[in-house]
Design a protein around this ligand. Structure first.
Ligand code: NAP
Ligand code: GCO
Length: 262
């Protein structure tokens, strides 16, 4: 197989959770361009319909299912439904996620638990449902969407940072426990990406906007498209000996102390 052929996903089934828009949609679109069948889920039929329309507009015939990733029974049923209707899942991307920006002393335990449930427990639930068939098939790829907050803290994101830090270690543990079954589990750690999730931080004149530009050597917010190449690499045979790695796609944020005062 030539090196470029290793990036092909022909004949593969890719399940990208929460891939209605944003980062997940960009990754799924790339996987489709590489030949994969695309499966995604969301919490409402309205979101599914929105996603299906977007995929259709991009010329992609995706499969969308209503399923809350925190519901273990529903996830187990969904995986069996996908296997029956689409095929065994070769590539799982745990993309679905939320953030709550609340000062820790003001955050309720229910708010904390909601973030942990979606951003950390759900990737465990979905991976646990998918791995047995990957083992039976002879291997697979699992990609967990981590964050700058897998490495760094900041005010008001205690639940999110706890979840994304844990997701980094869940990634390494899945890599350790299932590497012998030819399953590679890696993470992608996006920097600050312009999506609906970060829209509040990019509002006109929001001080955080200038803060992030000063913390990013690339001096710009990332776009979901910046994640397409790294996502294809980790989903393809090109990364068959990469396992337990968190690939940060951050424009250099983690390497940079920040723009020095002029
Ligand atoms: P987004 O635009 O807010 O999209 C999040 C997606 O997740 C939506 O489609 C949402 O669908 C879905 N979702 C949320 N909770 C769900 C649940 N319980 N069950 C099923 N689907 C659920 O987010 P994004 O910015 O693209 O981020 C995607 C991932 O990247 C997240 O894990 C996020 O933490 C991570 N990330 C984002 C950035 C960034 O700067 N944007 C940086 C690093 C990491 P519905 O709400 O319609 O159900
Ligand atoms: C925030 C942002 C970040 C990004 C991302 C950075 O409030 O700090 O939402 O958390 O979403 O996770 O990698």
């Amino acid at each position: 197989m030539s090196t470029l052929d290793k990036f092909s996903l022909e004949g593969k089934v890719a399940f990208v959770t929460g891939a209605v828009y944003g980062i997940g949609f960009a990754m799924a679109k790339t996987y489709a361009e590489a030949g994969a069948k695309i499966v995604f889920n969301a919490r409402s039929q309205a979101s599914i319909d929105r996603g299906l329309a977007s995929y259709k507009e991009a010329g992609i015939e995706a499969y969308g299912y209503v399923c809350d990733v925190t519901d273990e029974i529903a996830v187990e049923k969904l995986v069996k439904q996908i296997e029956a209707e689409v095929g065994t899942i070769d590539i799982l991307v745990n993309n679905a996620g939320i953030i709550k920006r609340i000062p820790m002393l003001e955050m309720s335990i229910d708010e904390y638990r909601e973030v942990i449930d979606i951003d950390l427990t759900a990737p465990f639930i979905v991976a646990k449902a998918v791995i047995p068939s990957m083992i039976a098939k002879g291997g697979g790829k699992i990609i967990n969407i981590c964050s700058m907050m897998s490495e760094l803290g900041r005010e008001d994101v205690s639940a999110y940072a706890s979840a994304k830090g844990g997701l980094k270690m869940l990634t390494k543990n899945i890599a350790s426990e299932f590497g012998s079954y030819n399953i590679q589990c890696n993470g992608i750690g996006p920097g600050y990406i312009a999506t609906e999730q970060t829209a509040p931080l990019r509002a006109d004149g929001h001080p955080f906007n200038n803060f992030i530009l000063a913390k990013t050597p690339a001096n710009r917010w990332g776009t979901p498209e910046d994640l397409e190449g790294p996502a294809l690499f980790l989903a393809s045979a090109a990364s068959d000996f990469v396992n337990g790695h968190i690939l940060y796609v951050d424009g250099g944020i983690l390497a940079y102390i920040g723009k020095q005062p002029s």
